[in-house]
Design a protein around this ligand. Structure first.
Ligand code: COA
Length: 258
C-alpha cells in the first residue's frame, strides 16, 4: 500500500516511519503522497488513537526536502510545492489525535519542519536540528519560519534560519524544541509511555486541547473564544459525565469517545 513509509498499529498507537534511509529519509513527492494517505488513515480509522512519526535507520529522522527534485521546478512550481507541504503539515498540526515526532537523528530543513508540525517532540541523544536552506539559496517553505519562531522564540530562530546552524539534542531541549532527550533505544518506548497515558483520557477532550492550543497561533481565531467553545463541546459529552461520575464514585473512568 505504501512505498516510502512503513506503518504499524499497536494498542491504538499508529507509527509512521519515513523509510528512505539511503537518502536519509529525504521528503520527495512519493513520501508526501504516502504521508497524506497515512494521514487519511489517522483521520478516518477509529482504532488509531495517537500517532508516532519517526525515520528509518540510525542516522536520520528526515534530512530535508529531496534536493534532487528542485532543479526541474519553475517559480510557480515552487509555490505549489511550498503550499502543498504546508497543507500536509497543517493536517498533522490540526489532527484531533495526538501526533508525536520521535527524532532519531538529523531533522534538517523539511525534517525539522515535519517534527515541528507534530504536537510535541522527543529526541534521541544523536538528534540534530537545523534549517540549512540558506545553504541552498532558499528559505524553509513548509512552515519552518513560523513554527521555529513559535517554538524557540524569534532571536534563536532567526540565528538558526540565517546561519544554517545545527543544534544538538541537549540544546534543543534547553530551547524547548523537544520535551525529552533519551537514548536511541528508548526513543519509541518513551513516546509509547506518554501516548499510553494520553490514550487513556477522554478522546474528545484530548482533541479539544489540541484545537484550543493551536488557536494561539491562528490569527483567524480568537483563542479565548475557541477555548469557551471547546470547553462547552467537551462539557456536552458522555465522557464528561463518566469522568465526573467516576471521580465521585472513586473509580477509574472508562471513556467511550462519545
Ligand atoms: N535531499 C536529497 N538527498 C539527500 C538529502 C536531501 N535533503 N540529504 C541527504 N541526501 C542523500 C545524499 O545525497 C546521499 O545520497 P547518495 O548516497 O546517493 O550520494 C545520502 O542521502 C547520504 O547523505 P550524505 O550527505 O552522504 O551523508 P553525510 O553523513 O555525509 O551528511 C547531512 C549528512 C545530513 C549533513 C547531509 O546529507 C546534508 O547536508 N543533507 C542535506 C540537508 C539539507 O540541506 N536539507 C534541507 C533541504 S531543503
Amino acid at each position: 500500500m505504501y512505498t516510502t513509509i512503513l506503518t504499524n498499529l499497536e494498542n491504538g498507537i499508529f507509527t509512521i516511519t519515513i523509510n528512505r534511509p539511503d537518502k536519509l529519509n529525504a521528503l520527495n513527492s512519493g513520501v508526501f503522497a504516502d504521508l497524506n494517505k497515512a494521514l487519511d488513515e489517522v483521520y478516518q480509522n477509529d482504532a488509531i488513537r495517537s500517532v508516532i512519526i519517526t525515520g528509518a535507520g540510525p542516522k536520520a529522522f528526515v534530512a530535508g526536502a529531496d534536493i534532487s527534485e528542485f532543479n526541474q521546478l519553475s517559480k510557480a512550481d515552487s509555490m505549489t510545492l511550498s503550499k502543498a507541504g504546508q497543507d500536509t503539515f497543517f493536517r498533522i498540526e490540526n489532527s484531533p489525535k495526538p501526533i508525536v515526532a520521535c527524532v532519531n537523528g538529523f531533522a534538517l530543513g523539511g525534517g525539522c519542519e515535519l517534527a515541528m508540525s507534530c504536537h510535541f517532540r522527543i529526541a534521541s541523544e544523536n538528534a540534530r536540528f537545523g534549517q540549512p536552506e540558506v545553504n541552498l539559496g532558499l528559505i524553509p517553505g513548509y512552515g519552518g519560519t513560523q513554527r521555529l519562531v513559535q517554538l524557540i522564540g524569534k532571536g534563536r530562530a532567526l540565528e538558526l534560519l540565517m546561519s544554517a546552524g545545527m543544534i544538538d539534542a541537549a540544546t534543543a531541549l534547553s530551547y524547548g524544541l523537544v520535551n525529552y532527550v533519551v537514548t536511541a533505544e528508548n526513543l519509541l518506548a518513551k513516546a509509547t509511555e506518554i501516548l499510553t497515558i494520553i490514550n487513556s483520557k477522554a478522546p474528545i477532550a484530548v482533541a479539544k486541547c489540541i484545537e484550543a492550543a493551536n488557536a494561539v497561533f491562528d490569527e483567524t481565531k480568537d483563542g479565548y473564544n475557541t477555548e469557551v467553545k471547546a470547553f462547552a463541546d467537551s462539557f456536552d459529552t458522555e465522557d464528561r459525565i463518566e469522568g465526573a461520575t467516576a471521580f465521585l464514585e472513586k473509580r477509574k473512568a472508562i471513556f467511550s469517545g462519545k
